[in-house]
Design a protein around this ligand. Structure first.
Ligand code: T3D
Length: 258
């Protein structure tokens, strides 16, 4: 598939998707959603880390409110079931480490998109807006699942009811995101984070993501059984042998991902 609403590059193990409708603050239309799913599939097949970011001054302003058939007349239930749900699931269940490099405002489904990734790194001037109630909707695209799990019900409820912008710094203090970093140096910063994950122990990353995903639904005993199973697999990996050898030889490890 060729892309008209996003850019995709693959370099040094990093699959980078840049939402590319800066004139509409990278709002999500049907074409962009289709391209995103395709690009996520490509990155999953060839990369060791997936990064999502936005072109221009925004990360993503959520659902496109201005294109095509009037949203008020469209079947939003179908849109969510058939387009948003598979997209969010593809990100949330991606076996690779995923990063949202939030370069500017993330509103509505744009915030949900960021919160579906593993690590959200935002520039200090970025804002997260649960914009949905402003237009008479409830938060969607997985937002009511992700946000309370990250910040607790009280903060999720306040952010969603009031629909106020949460600054990147506040988001980091709440634990909504991993870090807020100064605008100057933002790009090299997330690039370094991505490079670190791209050269890391991919098999262990996959297993730790599986363990963390299962955690909320497991009691302690079941979780420890899962850990034992996954750790057994990691212990048979080349990366584990290399990690221990590198430690003993006092050098940085050279992980192959196997
Ligand atoms: O409906 C369903 O069930 C499907 C799923 C829905 C999930 C959702 O995402 S619902 C929420 C949709 N998103 C929003 O409500 C956010 C709308 N945008 C804003 O509130 C503001 O644009 C921002 C707070 C994000 C940024 O404000 P500001 O002042 O920095 O920028 P701006 O001037 O409002 O926007 C700049 C341009 O982007 C402007 O176009 P123009 O006038 O320069 O030609 C604006 O219309 C356009 N834009 C911004 N957001 C969207 C958009 N165009 C289409 N869709 C948008 N969501």
């Amino acid at each position: 598939m060729s892309y008209s609403k996003l850019l995709y590059t693959f370099e040094n193990g990093v699959g980078l998707i840049t939402l590319n409708r800066p004139e509409a603050l990278n709002a999500l239309d049907a074409q962009m959603r289709a391209e995103l799913r395709d690009a996520i599939g490509r990155a999953t097949a060839e990369a060791r880390v997936l990064v999502l970011t936005g072109a221009g001054r925004a990360f993503c302003a959520g659902q496109d409110l201005g294109s095509g058939q009037s949203l008020a007349q469209s079947d939003l239930e179908r849109l969510l079931r058939e387009e948003y749900a598979p997209l969010i699931t593809a990100i949330a269940t991606c076996p690779l480490p995923t990063i949202a490099a939030v370069n500017g405002v993330a509103a509505g489904a744009g915030a949900s998109l960021a919160l579906a990734t593993d690590v959200v790194i935002a520039t200090e001037s970025a804002r997260f807006i649960q914009a949905f109630t402003r237009i008479g909707l409830i938060p969607d695209a997985g937002g009511t699942h992700a946000l309370p799990r990250r910040v607790g019900t009280a903060r999720a409820m306040g952010a969603m009811l009031f629909g106020e912008a949460v600054s990147a710094r506040q988001a980091a203090e709440w634990g909504m995101i991993w870090e807020a970093v100064p605008d100057e140096g933002f790009t090299p910063h997330w690039q370094a984070r991505a490079a670190q994950l791209a050269s890391g122990p991919a098999r262990a990353y996959r297993a730790l993501k599986e363990a963390l995903r299962a955690s909320p639904g497991n009691d302690l005993e079941s979780q420890m059984q899962l850990e034992a199973h996954l750790q057994g697999d990691c212990a048979r990996s080349e990366d584990f042998r290399e990690g221990v050898l590198a430690f003993l030889e006092k050098r940085p490890p050279d992980f192959s991902g196997r």
